[in-house]
Structure formats: C-alpha cells, structure tokens
Design a protein around this ligand. Structure first.
Ligand SMILES: Nc1nc2c(ncn2[C@@H]2O[C@H](COP(=O)(O)OP(=O)(O)OP(=O)(O)O)[C@@H](O)[C@H]2O)c(=O)[nH]1
Ligand SMILES: [Zn+2]
Length: 319
C-alpha cells in the first residue's frame, strides 16, 4: 500500500493510506536511505510503501514500511549529539507562510530575507502574510504596502491579513487548498490565532500543552501533519519558529535572492559575490534603485556570517 506519514514518534509512524485510513507502522531492521546521514530514516510528509502485518490477535492493524519515495524537498535540523548527522523535520512541503507583524512583535526585513533565502534553498514556495492588519494606523499601513510591493516585485506573494477579524483568511484558505503548508513566524505574530480562525476545532496550542503535560518537560517535540476540513494539510513543527538550519555556500547565496540571480549573468565575473568586484550588475542595480537596500543589507549580513539579532526577538506585548 502507499501512504503519507503524518506523525513520527521515534519508533512508530502514523501513516495515512491513499484510501484514507490511518495505520501505525514500524520500520524493520536497518532501513537507511543512501546519501542522507539522518537520525531518522522516515519523516513527516514522506510518501511511503507499506504492508500490513499479520497480527489477528491485536485489535489495531499495524504495518511495516518497506520503501520511501523520493522527496520533493525536506527541511532539516542538526542533531544535537551527533554532529555530522541531521534530523529531517518534515518533507514534501508545498508552501510556507511567514507571518509578519510590524511592531508587536517587530519582524525585521533581515529576518524575512533569511526565511526567504532558506525557502529558496529548500525549494519551498514562500508566502508573506502581513498579519494584525486590523491594528494598523495609516502610517503603518503605508509601511505594509511598501514592504508588500517590494516583495511582490521580487516575485513573492504577499497578503495583508487579520487572524482576529478574519480579513483575507478566506484567501489564505484558498491558497492552502489541496496543498501541504507550513506556518512560521516570530512568537506572537498570530500563528495559533490564524489556525484557529481557519479551523476552530484544531486547537494546536492546547494540544501541545496537553502533550507536554503527558510526556513531561524534557521532550523533543515532533512535527505532525494535520488534515483540515476543506482539503488542506498543515505541518506543525512545535518549537521551530523558522525553518531549521541550512548551510549555504558563499558562492551560491546570491542565487537564493531571485533579483540578484536574474542579474548575475551581467556581472563581469561569473563567480561574482557582488561585494567589491568591478562591473557588478547587482551593485549597479542597487545604485540605480532597482534592488532595495534592505535586501542587499540582508545579503551582506548572511554572507559575513553575522547572527541575526532579530531571531532573538520573541517578546511581544499582550493586550
Ligand atoms: N489585533 C489582532 N491581534 C491578533 C491577530 N492575530 C493574533 N493576534 C493576537 O496576538 C497574540 C499572539 O497570537 P498567537 O496566535 O498566540 O501567536 P503565535 O504566533 O501563535 O505565538 P507563539 O505560540 O508564541 O508562537 C494574541 O493575543 C492574539 O489574540 C490579529 O490579526 N489582530
Ligand atoms: Zn555581481
């Protein structure tokens, strides 16, 4: 049978067959995939082949995963104790929404750009949701419009939303239909509120708390996939605000800024890093106002290996 992995808790995998039935499945023996040094051979989102076990005595039908199909993409986390190994958080993700708020909490463009770069590197479509639009005054609305226009000009879809009043939530649902989505953003930007507005019965926050309560404090939280009523799937990655880590070589970083990439062929040197090289098409476009300075600033920050301070911003004022 063929199915999709919805949850993994280490030794058991919850697999939903293409016919729509859930089975608890295991992996037998040494199940390793060539080329990937991962602590978990099977991840949430994986398309797998499995066969049912003969265990008439047991009430629940269980299965054994016999194969895994090629992944369209996957996001990883470095394993804590085994330095060379990685942990695959989830796979086959169609799109990732980033919730952006201007000041409660602040989401800086450097954070947005890092998110977009990572999405490009992983091969995942990224969409920006400017949330809490109901709280903005004219000036802030202008800033949202400016940012949205800028990111749209690069090719990213942007939408102003209010998880609270429901504004444009129907559009978000439309975008999510028949797809597997992730929802990211700083703490307090409204991820849980948005999900609750979309599907009230799926109360992720309470689910996480009860799970923690059951398992105790020091547990690894696992990614999990959920079906939504209107034919969409979301992958919830508790405790992971962004995308996990990805190592990007200096030489390839510019390729993940689409507006840099499209100009790269006009740089004098084909290995141009767009720093101090002469006749750099990216810097020329920057001077001409065709590339926003904020994007170049993010590029410099990443290429110099600087930590993004805005990653640490996890505080916001409660109303
Ligand atoms: N006015 C307004 N408030 C919102 C909106 N979305 C969320 N909030 C409020 O912002 C606060 C944080 O929202 P959450 O949904 O808990 O944010 P979160 O991103 O899930 O936060 P973490 O669980 O910490 O990652 C809550 O008080 C929400 O009621 C919105 O669109 N408009
Ligand atoms: Zn260049």
């Amino acid at each position: 049978m063929t199915g999709t992995v919805y949850k993994s808790t280490g030794s058991w995998y919850q697999v939903k067959s293409d016919e729509g039935k859930f089975y608890q499945c295991r992996i037998k023996g040494k199940f390793r995939i060539k080329g990937i040094k991962s602590t978990n051979p099977v991840a949430v989102g994986d398309r797998v082949e499995f066969k049912l076990e003969d265990n008439p005595s047991e009430e629940e039908e269980t299965g054994v995963i016999t194969g895994i199909k090629d992944r369209e993409n996957y996001i990883i986390r470095r394993s804590v104790n085994l330095s060379k190994q990685t942990h695959i958080i989830a796979s086959n993700i169609d799109q990732a929404f980033l919730l952006v708020t201007l000041n409660n909490p602040p989401t800086f463009t450097t954070f947005i750009d890092r998110f977009l770069v990572t999405a490009e590197a992983y091969g995942i479509k990224a969409i920006l949701l400017f949330n809490k639009i109901d709280t903005y005054k004219d000036e802030e609305l202008d800033e949202v419009k400016y940012l949205a226009a800028m990111y749209r000009s690069i090719g990213y879809e942007c939408l102003g939303t209010s998880a609270k009043t429901g504004k444009n939530v129907d559009k978000v649902k439309e975008m999510m239909k028949d797809k597997t989505s992730m929802i990211s953003g700083h703490s307090g930007t409204g991820k849980s509120t948005l999900i609750n507005t979309i599907e009230p019965k799926l109360d992720l926050k309470t689910m996480h708390i009860s799970e923690q309560h059951r398992q105790g404090q020091h547990t690894t939280t696992f990614a999990e996939m959920f079906d939504l009523d209107f034919g969409a799937r979301i992958i919830d990655t508790p405790g992971i605000k962004g995308f996990g880590v990805v190592d990007i070589e200096k030489e390839e970083l510019g390729d993940y800024f689409p507006e840099f990439f499209e100009r790269k062929q006009d740089c004098k040197f084909n290995n141009c890093l767009h720093l101090d090289e002469p006749q750099c098409a990216v810097k020329e476009a920057l001077e001409a106002g065709e590339i926003p300075w904020s994007r170049y600033k993010s590029y410099l920050q990443i290429i110099k290996g600087e930590e993004d301070q805005s990653y640490r911003i996890d505080n916001y004022e409660q109303e």
